[in-house]
Design a protein around this ligand. Sequence first.
Ligand SMILES: C[S@@+](CC[C@H](N)C(=O)[O-])C[C@H]1O[C@@H](n2cnc3c(N)ncnc32)[C@H](O)[C@@H]1O
Length: 181
Amino acid sequence: MGEQSVYDDLEPKIHKKIAEAVADAVPVLDVACGDGRLTGFIASGSGCKTYGIDISVSHLTEAREKAEARGVSHLVYLAAGDARKLCFLDGSFGSLIMLYSLHEIQYLPQALEEARRVLRPNGKFIVVDPVKGGKAETLWNESYYGLEEIESMLTHAGFSKLTSDFLYDDIVFVSAKKVPI
Ligand SMILES: C[S@@+](CC[C@H](N)C(=O)[O-])C[C@H]1O[C@@H](n2cnc3c(N)ncnc32)[C@H](O)[C@@H]1O
């Protein structure tokens, strides 16, 4: 099996784990949702209104089509937007997810600050991303943060109660909370 297909095959497991993690913390915002595969999956499982934003209008068009095909377009709210300046009021969400997007967002500290702002007190922040030095880095020719770097950035942004585990060799799942100061 090629390396690409190993990562493709992980997707159902990753989506399920994220959906389970956010099930008790709705509404959910999927930041940098891309073509909305995860957003639609969460909406169809929970039956709750689920939000996705992405900076790419063409990805959002795909996300809309996918939500329609899944029969959840009435539950999926999609908007063009920048993770660094979210168009939502403070404390709007029970959970916020960044799946495979942490490494893509430039000026990440601003996006982490925004993530904290739009989460309600005790809201959950879920990050899933490849980490530095693994096979994904070579496969996609991208550079990723190390796990310690991710944990340190989240802590610096005011998140606490961090737990991290690996879903595959170099794919990390980090869960954190916005604990009120
Ligand atoms: C690798 S894709 C991941 C998409 C999706 N989360 C998934 O797992 O399929 C990264 C996404 O980040 C989006 N993105 C990059 N910078 C962004 C920003 N500043 N604000 C919002 N979205 C951004 C890109 O448009 C792209 O859709």
